[in-house]
Design a protein around this ligand. Sequence first.
Ligand SMILES: [Zn+2]
Length: 326
Amino acid sequence: MKNAKRVYLALFIVLLWSVNSVAYQNTKTVKLLSTWKAHLAEVESAKAQEQEDWSKIQLKATKVAGSIYMIDMVEGGDGFAGGNIGVSIGSDGIVLVDDMFAPLAPKIFAVLKTLSDKPVRFVINTHVHGDHTSGNVAFGATATIIAHANTRQQLATQGADSKDKPVPAVALPVITVDERLTLHQNGEDIRLIHFPKAHSDTDVAVFFTQSNVVHLGDMYFSGMFPFIGRGGSIKGLIAAIEKVLNDIPANAKIIPGHGSLSNTVELRATLMMLKETSAIVEDGIKKKQSLKQMTEAKVFAKFDKWAHGYINADQFLEQMYKVLTR
Ligand SMILES: [Zn+2]
């Protein structure tokens, strides 16, 4: 992933993290976070005022397998488009998994036009966060939105990122999933399975059974340290990834919430990293070590290659510590 793209992603994560997190005792961290938030505010207001940043964003579709495509940013592009979109095309119409940000909807439609002349019939939200659901407001008027019951409940009461306003009714899911649901479209059994307390408390994985593809939403950041949001847990995330790896064929293609198109080998490497890093922190907590002591001891030094943007090993350690002690 291009560095600029990672920086924008990191800024977005920091915004979610600061919204979701409890008060920080470490004043240095507070200072750092507020600097990042200021950067983000700049980015957001620049976008809102001039729409320059949205206009710079270029989207592309990549064939994944069977009748499934992935839409993400053109490599080397500037800005942050949001989470990767999964697309199923066929005689019934288009099924989207996630829909980025509302101002990008015309660009998403333009890319879809190159794949199919059918309308978008269904939009599935992998989870509540705004970088995956903000496009609902553009798609909801003509397509049926499907999501976990908690996604609908949160969008209807607090918006996508807990500090927002409720979203307009048109952007709300109209079909909700509690545990699982199968959508039969385009000759595909599209299976939605809920994983509790993973990246959030709203996650569904979307399995395209015949095409042998799964979209994991933000339960998977490929090649990067993940972000664990409000309602999520590291144990739940590890359990979810283990279950997915157990259930899908070894040659399945995996669309991550963020990062490049991936596969089971890379997902397994992420699983190992999550198990090792969480075990290190759990061990430190058991030995009554503080976050400061673990940071100074550089306990995550060997995981540096998973860093992206501002989410370096120290930041991931801090997140892991807070997730494990909350
Ligand atoms: Zn997310």
